[in-house]
Every structure is written in C-alpha cells, then in structure tokens.
Design a binder for this molecule. Structure first.
Ligand code: HEM
Length: 180
C-alpha cells in the first residue's frame, strides 16, 4: 500500500456491483456505512480514491461478508473480467478472439484506459514468451497485488473458455501456460 497513490473509482464501482448482485443491497449498505466512503461519491468511475481507502473497503467487505481476503479477491476477479469489464470496456473483448490475444494486450489496455487521467498509476505489464504456449508476465505496480493479477488472468481463460494454468511467485512474476 502506498501513501499518495490513488486507484480509479471504477474499481470501487465494480466492488459495489459485485456485493449488490451476489450478496444483496442490504449487505452493501452495511459495508458502505462501515467503510471510509460513507456519504461520498468516490464510486464514480473517474474519481481518484486513496489506495488506503480502497484496501480498507476490501477489508470491510471480507469482514461483513464473512469471506477470507483470498475468496473476496477471487469473487472480485470473476466479477471484473466476466461481468463488469465486458459491459464497461466492451471493445477490448470484441477485438481479441482468444485468451492469448487478450493477454498480449494487457499492458496496452491498462495504458489506454488511464491515459487521459492525470497522475494515474495503473499496473503495467512486460510479457516474455519462452515458448509459444508459455507467457511470463512481469507485473509492475507498487500495490503488491500480484495474486489478484493471477486471479484476473485465470478469469480471462474462463471468459474465452480456455483452461489456463496460472501461477505467481508472490512478488512480480506470473506464468501462464496455454493449452496445446
Ligand atoms: C478489459 C479488461 C481490463 C480493464 C479495462 C482493466 C482496467 C483497469 C483499471 C482502470 C485499473 C485501475 C488503475 C488505476 O486506478 O490506476 C486496473 C487495475 C488493475 N488491473 Fe486491470 N483491467 C482489465 C483486466 C485486467 C486483467 C486481465 C488483469 C490481470 C493481470 C488486470 C490486473 C489489474 C490489477 C492487479 C489492478 C490493481 C491495481 C494495481 O495492481 O496496481 N486487469 N485495471
């Protein structure tokens, strides 16, 4: 977690939609009340939200919903990749016809969606291909969410109905093996 960095409100909007649709409006109300966002409009897609408030929201979610942090990230990853982003950022999906094509654009996607936003600090990705069916992805962000990145990549496989083998080193490297 970094002081001074902010995350886009669109991520929070996805957390809100996930809780409301999977756990119900009452649960969201309770979480909102207990979070540091009470009465604020940070859930607007373009809002800048302090990283610390974002992490606090995730903590409150896992407490109120009685799920582990890991389970919460799994649910968030599925909701982001399978439900929320396909509505909000449809063209990235229609332009990629396979999980591999989508993953090749991962860095471009993060660059482009935050391009017009001053001071944004999106995660960036370097891709290497030791073989045609193996990608080694370097996750570049100070947020330390490499585990979440791996979970999101797995869901890209689910979206494209491709079984991906995804592992991460707990620091900054994610290995994705594609089926032959
Ligand atoms: C169309 C699909 C996607 C879009 C439009 C998208 C867009 C975004 C946006 C706007 C943010 C917030 C950045 C900021 O506030 O500075 C973000 C954060 C993030 N994205 Fe994506 N993303 C997509 C898919 C993925 C996938 C497949 C991964 C898997 C590697 C991923 C990994 C992350 C992570 C880990 C973060 C948290 C911020 C961080 O770690 O620094 N995203 N994404």
């Amino acid at each position: 977690m970094n002081k001074g960095e902010t995350v886009k409100g669109v991520i929070l909007a996805c957390v809100k939609e996930l809780v409301q649709t999977r756990f119900g409006a009452d649960k969201w109300k309770e979480i909102h009340e207990k979070s540091e966002f009470k009465g604020s409009s940070s859930f607007l897609a373009g809002a800048n939200v302090d990283d610390s408030k974002f992490f606090n929201l995730l903590k409150v979610c896992s407490e109120v919903l009685e799920v582990s942090f890991d389970q919460l990230l799994d649910a968030f990853a599925a909701h982001w990749v399978l439900e929320f982003a396909p509505k909000m950022y449809k063209t990235f999906y229609t332009k990629a016809s396979s999980a591999k094509e989508f993953i090749k654009k991962l860095d471009y996607i993060h660059e482009i969606v935050t391009k017009t936003i001053p001071d944004s600090t999106p995660p960036r990705y370097d891709l290497e291909w030791p073989s045609p069916l193996k990608a080694v992805i370097t996750y570049k962000s100070n947020r330390g969410l490499v585990g979440l990145a791996g979970k999101l990549l797995k869901q890209v496989g689910v979206y494209y109905k491709t079984k991906l083998n995804v592992t991460d080193d707990g620091k900054d490297k994610i290995t994705v093996i594609f089926p032959s």
